[in-house]
Design a protein around this ligand. Structure first.
Ligand code: NOJ
Length: 543
């Protein structure tokens, strides 16, 4: 049999989104420029120098479009207009220009699965059964006894079907009733949304993060979802996790839609399509598409969901590396606007370890704003909760507000975020935990992130190099990143206790380039390497 050799491309053959780092901004919370307590585009523009200083290559903005804000912008009433809260289209054009002037890229959030119930398409669709847009959404008759068409539930709690008195049918909404799902089997819907993509691509945006990509197509026969054997709930609780969403999500036909989006993206040079997909690895990787003609980066959320356990994470990394299709590019995510912040989940002492892992694993990392200064979930008093997920299921404590609080810039009023009371409160310690104090402190997590981002840029082995697992046990994970010029060993202690790096065969000698304890930097290591609790090392190997 002929020997198959894999050609490893040289760094210049890699694309910007393979080498670079994505940074997610939740626009309401980044920087307020007009004193209304809500972040805006001009505010983001004023912080681009910071992002450049930090070493960010690409900014992804959560939605800034016209919206009644039932789900803080993920309910869109005009896909091609900027919400006045965030500024104007001129402000957007200015932002795009300024991002590009700094050699960075800009990704927008595309929310194609559902619109706002105030979108003209839906208003038209619900106006009558004969409306030309009736079939743009998922309308269904009641069952004979008047009940809902099937057992599907909303992610935000309650039934996923809403009764429309006027036309006597139910419509489907995977999220809020204010977010009706579009009918993606309808070619008119497909065309309308591709036109939206074209509008922004023509303006020069560098790509999209596509919201809930795996939800876009539902079972044609609308079959009931089976109950989950792991459910902690009862049927009457109407909590989403009670069922396995086998018929309401991840349908085979979704891949045709993803490939349509990709085809359009490919008509433009150098753009990227990222997909938000919460699925187990073997299903997630199918979103790369046949011949990698699907999403460039189906978001890999394993580090958000797995217990912070060395053995489990080491296995998951290898499982993911093994499951990727040939030519499929990996990616890693530590935080986003829907999940608890990493520093709250794994604790302050492990936050630098998490950063070292995120920025040295093979693949494109996504950093969530504020994680670089170790921002933690802010306790929001019950009467201040605004997130619909939190409000709808108060007994579950699932509000996403704590992870969406304003960026902590300085010790000034409202942490330098706004002159007005912010839309979500700040933590009590924001005068101490902020960008200004951390910039001045070489031991801070911000200084650590910046150094790490610089090292990634300087050493292609760290961003596009080969990945080889070395040794892991109940405490440690370690791996090598290398290219033809250099070899790096990364050792991460995921526990608070000292640990011993004792690989079975080779011994590794080298120089610590960066340690979570800064004093370790510059030290030679070899043979059995001893790590303190919560310690991580990035070592340049001698040979
Ligand atoms: C996923 C988004 O990340 C989340 O914030 C939103 O609530 C849902 N999609 C619904 O659009």
């Amino acid at each position: 049999m002929e020997q198959v050799t894999t050609q490893i491309p040289t760094p210049s053959e890699y694309l910007w989104w393979q080498q670079g780092v994505i940074y997610q901004i939740y626009p309401r919370s980044y920087q307020d420029s007009n004193g209304d307590g809500i972040g805006d585009l001009k505010g983001i523009i004023s912080r681009l120098d910071y992002l450049q200083w930090l070493g960010i290559d690409c900014v992804w903005l959560s939605p800034v479009f016209l919206s009644p804000m039932a789900d803080f912008g993920y309910d869109i009433s005009d896909y091609c207009a900027i919400h006045p809260l965030f500024g104007s289209m001129d402000d957007f054009d200015e932002l795009l220009q300024q991002v590009h002037d700094r050699g960075m890229k800009l990704l927008l959030d595309l929310v194609p699965n559902h619109t706002s119930d105030q979108h003209p398409w839906f208003l038209e669709s619900k106006s009558s059964r004969d409306s030309p847009k009736r079939n743009w959404y998922l309308w269904q008759d009641a069952r004979e006894d008047g009940s809902v068409p099937n057992n599907w539930l909303s992610v935000f709690g309650g039934r996923a079907w809403e009764w429309d008195e006027n036309t006597g049918q139910y419509y489907y909404h995977a999220f809020l009733k204010e977010q009706p799902d579009l009918n993606w089997r309808n070619p008119e819907v497909q065309k309308a949304m591709l036109d939206v993509m074209r509008f922004w691509l023509d303006k020069g945006v560098d790509g999209f993060r596509v919201d809930v990509m795996w939800h876009m197509i539902k079972d044609l026969a609308l079959r009931d979802n089976p109950p989950s054997p792991e459910s902690k709930f009862e049927e009457k609780d109407l909590i989403y996790d009670h069922y396995i969403p086998v018929y309401s999500t991840d349908q085979p036909e979704v891949h045709e839609i993803v490939s349509m989006m990709r085809k359009l993206t490919d008509e433009y040079e150098n753009r990227v399509l990222v997909g938000e997909i919460y699925l187990p690895i073997h299903k997630l990787v199918t979103y790369y598409g046949t011949d990698n003609k699907g999403a460039h980066l189906p978001f890999n959320f394993q580090l958000l969901n797995l217990p912070w356990d060395a053995a489990q994470i080491a296995t998951a990394i290898d499982e993911y590396e093994g499951a990727l299709p040939a030519g499929g590019w990996p990616n890693w995510v530590l935080g986003n606007h829907d999940k608890p912040r990493i520093s709250s989940r794994v604790g302050r002492s492990q936050a630098k370890i998490a950063a070292l892992m995120l920025l040295t694993l093979r693949g494109t990392p996504t950093i969530y704003y504020g994680d670089e200064i170790g921002m933690r979930d802010v306790p929001i008093p019950i009467n201040e909760i605004v997130d619909p997920q939190g409000l709808n299921m108060p007994e579950l404590n699932v509000s996403r507000d704590p992870a969406r609080t304003p960026m902590q810039w300085s010790g000034e009023i409202n942490a330098g975020f706004s002159m007005h009371k912010p839309w979500l409160r700040l933590p009590y310690n924001s005068a101490r935990v902020n960008v200004v104090t951390q910039k001045a402190n070489p031991y801070s997590i911000l200084s650590f992130y910046r150094k790490l981002l610089t090292l990634r840029k300087e050493n292609p082995a760290l961003n596009v190099g080969k990945y080889t697992p070395v040794y892991s046990d109940q405490q440690l994970i370690s791996y090598i990143r290398e290219d033809e010029n250099s070899r790096f060993l990364i050792i991460l202690n995921l526990t608070h206790r000292p640990a011993y790096f004792k690989p079975r065969r080779e011994s590794y000698r080298g120089l610590v380039l960066l340690g979570t304890e800064i004093e370790r930097t510059g030290m030679q290591v070899g043979d059995i390497i001893t790590l303190s609790g919560d310690e991580g090392l990035l070592i340049r190997l001698a040979d």
